[in-house]
Design a protein around this ligand. Structure first.
Ligand SMILES: NC(=O)c1ccc[n+]([C@@H]2O[C@H](COP(=O)([O-])OP(=O)(O)OC[C@H]3O[C@@H](n4cnc5c(N)ncnc54)[C@H](O)[C@@H]3O)[C@@H](O)[C@H]2O)c1
Ligand SMILES: [Zn+2]
Ligand SMILES: [Zn+2]
Length: 380
């Protein structure tokens, strides 16, 4: 817990003919990494973290014909085979081949998880991640996408995860244009959801956070109207007042099970034997209009009693969420970047050498120095 170090490890090698080895040029720290850092997702033995990375192809296995040494690629964060039932349904996060030891239909706490993710604990496959100089990429004929040379790393790095993830929150809500969209969490994922909401024609984008500096960034980078979270009711009232009293057409949850919590929240969790809190999800259920959509991007690892299933039924809410299908959206989202229709790099607050990764985790986790997104560079 809270123990991230920079160590020398063996260089990765090709193990399967569909593997590639990538020399990492840029990698980022994600809010999802913080769940491991906080000790909320267990990882008893050391592993290389990092699922947001890009770089140059160093070597490919015999089965990889679409890439060659020297190609510059971004890599979607789910590790997916590309041909199982789930991959065929555009559900790479549920790939049934990449996580053989811990995969299953149940979706349990420590057994029967989904497909593998880079650098995301043994439960998600135990694959070393990309916060490193080199990384092994399985199924390299399916995941990595080549990027045009005239785009900088910073312009395309977030195609690996947070841009497709933010976009999924809007896509799952079937946004067609004209909707009022309220996003909970003005972290990197929430801000990418706000950018995606405009791409899909939203009429109004509202964003909620406990940190004023993040709301300020969300206004600057994604033209979102901020509401500072003080209480459940104040936020719900605020959203209703901006939507003719109905509530938002879509509420996107982009905080997850580890929100900022007060003493009462903590005491409730202890009494209910719960890990973390669903408070932002509950606020979404209240702040959405009847017949609206709630999409869940924030990670939830456990069950919560008292989930408002009555409200879900009475209001006729459509609820969707999960690991984002990055492979499904990455190509069209790259085109939005190529055409200059969206800018991704304006959320980066810190660029550090990889050797300063522990410092990067510390400032991102504790929101020091107005940190919003840390990019790590092995090469500097
Ligand atoms: N579904 C996916 O595929 C996927 C992909 C990437 C990240 N995630 C998850 O998305 C979530 C957000 O990721 P991130 O990188 O933006 O992380 P982050 O930790 O930087 O962002 C979370 C934001 O929520 C805010 N917050 C805390 N309590 C709040 C409250 N009560 N009300 C409103 N805002 C509150 C924080 O101040 C912070 O700005 C995490 O849970 C992460 O694991 C999911
Ligand atoms: Zn991520
Ligand atoms: Zn698969």
């Amino acid at each position: 817990m809270n123990d991230v170090r920079v160590d020398n490890v063996d260089d990765p090698e090709i193990r399967d003919q569909r593997d590639a080895i990538i020399r990492v040029t840029s990698t980022a720290i994600c809010g999802s990494d913080l769940h491991i850092y906080n000790g909320s997702l267990p990882q008893p033995i050391p592993m290389t973290l990092g699922h947001e990375f890009m770089g140059i192809v160093e070597e490919v296995g015999r089965g990889v014909t679409n890439l060659k040494r020297g190609d510059r690629v971004v890599v979607p964060f789910p590790i997916a085979c590309g041909h199982c039932l789930f991959c065929n349904h555009d559900l790479p996060g549920h790939c049934e081949n990449s996580n053989p030891e811990h995969y299953g239909p149940e979706g349990g706490l420590v057994t029967e998880k989904g497909g593998a993710l880079f650098g995301y604990t043994d439960l998600y496959g135990g694959y070393d991640g990309g916060q490193a100089e080199f990384v092994r990429v399985p199924y390299a004929d399916y995941g990595p996408r080549k990027v045009p040379g005239d785009l900088s790393d910073e312009q395309v790095l977030f195609l690996t995860d947070i841009f497709p993830t933010g976009y999924s929150g809007i896509d799952w809500a079937d946004v067609k244009g004209g909707e009022i969209i309220a996003i909970f969490g003005a972290g990197p994922v929430g801000i990418m959801a706000a950018k995606s909401a405009w791409l899909r024609g939203a009429s109004r984008v509202i964003i909620v956070d406990t940190q004023q500096y993040r709301l300020d960034l969300a206004r600057k980078a994604a033209n979102a109207e901020g509401i500072l979270w003080e209480s459940h009711q104040q936020v719900v009232d605020g959203i209703r007042s901006k939507s003719k009293g109905y509530g938002a057409d879509v509420c996107v949850e982009a905080v997850g099970f580890e929100p900022d919590r007060n003493l009462l929240d903590r005491a409730t969790a202890v009494v209910n034997l719960e890990k973390g809190s669903p408070k932002t999800l509950l606020a979404c259920m209240s702040a959405v209009r009847r017949g609206g959509y709630v999409t869940v991007l924030g990670v939830f690892a456990t069950s919560f009693d008292n989930f408002p299933v009555g409200q879900f039924f009475d209001k006729g809410i459509t609820l969707r969420g999960g690991q984002a299908p990055a492979h499904k959206h990455i190509d069209k989202l790259l085109q939005h970047v190529v055409k200059g229709e969206v800018k991704l790099h304006d959320i980066i607050s810190h660029t550090l050498p990889l050797s300063q990764a522990p410092h990067g985790y510390d400032i991102f986790r504790h929101k020091k120095d107005n940190c919003t997104k840390v990019v790590l560079k092995p090469g500097i």
